[in-house]
Design a protein around this ligand. Sequence first.
Ligand code: G6P
Ligand code: ZN
Length: 559
Amino acid sequence: MNNMPSQTVNIREVQTTPFEGQKPGTSGLRKRVKVFQQEHYTENFIQATLSAIPDGPAGATLIVGGDGRYFLKEAIQKIIRLSAGNKVSKLVIGRNGIFSTPAVSNLIRKRKATGGILLTASHNPGGPDNDFGIKFNMSNGGPAPESVTDKIYQITTKISSYKEADIPEVDLSELGTKSFGDLTVEVIDSVDDYVLLMKEIFDFDMLRSFFKKRSSFKVLFDSLHGVTGPYGKRLLVDELGLPASSVMNSEPLEDFGGGHPDPNLTYAHDLVERVEKENIDFGAASDGDGDRNMIIGKGAFVNPSDSVALIAAYADAIPYFKKSGLKGLARSMPTSGALDRVAKKKGVQIFEVPTGWKFFGNLMDAGKCSVCGEESFGTGSDHIREKDGVWAILAWLSIVAYASESNPNVSLNDILNKHYEEYGRNFFSRYDYEEVDSEGANKVMAHLTAFINDKSNIGKKIENYEVALADNFEYKDPIDGSVSKNQGIRIIFKDGSRIVFRLSGTGSQGATVRLYVEKYSAKDYKQDTQTAIQDLIKIALDLSKLVEFTGRKEPTVIT
Ligand code: G6P
Ligand code: ZN
């Protein structure tokens, strides 16, 4: 469909009325598909998003794509019609509307686009009865800041019409460029640019020669039927020469095969089972839109807090960092302090930011952060402005290849243990209480707030621990000076152990209470995590009265 003559299009102004609750959270607007399917609902939000673009939609270039979930196709056609209606000049769309979140972030930067519209609800289930989402990213490739999402929300509360062009359904299965009035729609391969970027970052020759030398080394990447299947196949199978059996669930499906596309030990259980049964050396999974990751091995689990610490420690295994050096490191507040120890040893600055990837973006734009991570299975670097699941997998394969130069048969556990021996171990675990009723969740937080507000608790002995600090985490962005309050209740003990409570900002039903527990041990690193932290869990449950207030005796997920 190249070089088709431009068609003239008719633009209509469609009357509408506001919908309640179109307030984008950290990761855009996430609702049930049925909510988005209401007449005008999706159009209202897209119009508000386009109107909130800082320099206006006219003349903008936007990268558009999503994780393949149900309702993606309809949403993209609406975006095309509204973009033409609002005089956007170019849309760059992945074939069949598919793009991983990291791929969009990369393309925004590479094409110097105005921004991007990402159609995903990340790791939430998909299908007609599940979730859909729309998120706007800025010209730096990162999620829109609150000033923009607030503007979007304000517009949704007052909207009375949207502008739409009469454009028949555009075929997104064919690559090429088509024009509709002043709008150009370019459909591109979803994977090509991302593969080029990965080849700039990692040493593919080193990886290939490692796989050749250690031909028995088995890799298994589970895409959980999310967007990363085609990326995984291209990189692992076509580029690195691994057998086709190294990828599983690699066909993107609208409902993720009925699964929950979240890479953790609970939802990626098929992978976990296969890794154990088939003696797989390296197992990995990614979420629906490809920004999260989990790394495991036979009998080994790389805790996400450790993952970012080890990537930083092994920066020399990755040409991208070797070239530019580590400019700084960053983690979210609930993430364990394992990374801080690496920062200290390497003599680089470490930042502790609130939960949410957008906080890393400012640091990266200011050249203050190279590697960052979150306990929520997010790891990334300043190559883009989103976390990046496939990047993390290549980073870990690079670590293994690099470590095998001195220990040819090195395993993931060997690598972890060597690190713990050198740095000590930050035992870390997160307990999730999902879909609890909001009233109970609020009572837990109110009860804990009373505890931190009572200053007589500082210095108090609880079992073997002494309270050193108790607060609600507050962050002042060192770049723009903005202050984010109430980012999670922390109780920090004298020995550095911590208990953190937060309410999730990403759920779509009820409330999710997250409890994070951390304990450092300089020597005794071989214990099992749950054993190491059990006394702190007990203290956390006592202090919060969580069981009483929520009626939940057990968490729904432990990571
Ligand atoms: C998304 C964001 C992450 C953040 C996570 C927190 O995945 O991209 O940066 O860590 O949400 O989720 P929560 O449910 O804990 O608010
Ligand atoms: Zn995601």
